[in-house]
Design a protein around this ligand. Structure first.
Ligand code: ZN
Length: 165
């Protein structure tokens, strides 16, 4: 019998305040040079990877990152979020999922990340087993929308998938 596949999408959003001078700023698994402080977070606080994890879990209606990797659990303290992404992909593949396309928007005022776009795309392509052409990464600033400087790293991700059933 022919395998029946269905399409689905998943959305993820994450935000971490920046202000821990003893922690590096990690975005898409990379330590960002020239960042003055890192995220206040239980894990490494990589908001891009956290949003991607939530989008993947969302695409198969599997709850959220906190349900799978609770921040009350000491074993996740300062853990690399890339490790959590790999665990998430294991759950996703077990459910018959295939990622089709990732569209990510990173919102950070300082430092600028645009020069890392190609590196981020290549890194996510390797992690998710996708051609680079199927990974879109955009960068935004808060554009003075708040009355004070925004010390936060934010990310929103939309993922489209195919699922065998
Ligand atoms: Zn997070």
């Amino acid at each position: 019998m022919a395998q029946v596949a269905e399409t689905s999408i998943g959305f993820g959003f994450d935000i971490h305040r920046l202000g821990d001078a003893n922690k590096p700023l990690v975005v898409v698994g990379m330590r960002i040079p020239n960042a003055t402080s890192g995220p206040i977070a239980h894990s490494d606080g990589d908001s891009a990877i956290h949003a991607l994890i939530d989008s993947i879990l969302g695409s198969i209606a599997e709850g959220d990152i906190g349900a799978h990797f609770p921040d009350s659990d000491p074993k996740y303290k300062n853990i690399s979020s890339v490790f959590l992404l790999k665990e998430t992909l294991r759950i996703f593949y077990r459910r018959g999922g295939h990622i089709q396309h990732i569209d990510m928007t990173v919102i950070l005022d300082e430092p600028p990340l645009v020069k890392f776009r190609d590196h981020f795309r290549g890194y996510l392509a390797a992690l998710c087993g996708l051609p680079k052409e199927r990974i879109s990464i955009k960068f935004k600033h808060t554009n003075g929308a708040y009355a004070m400087p925004v010390y936060a790293a934010q990310c929103a991700v939309l993922v489209s998938i195919m699922k065998e059933r």
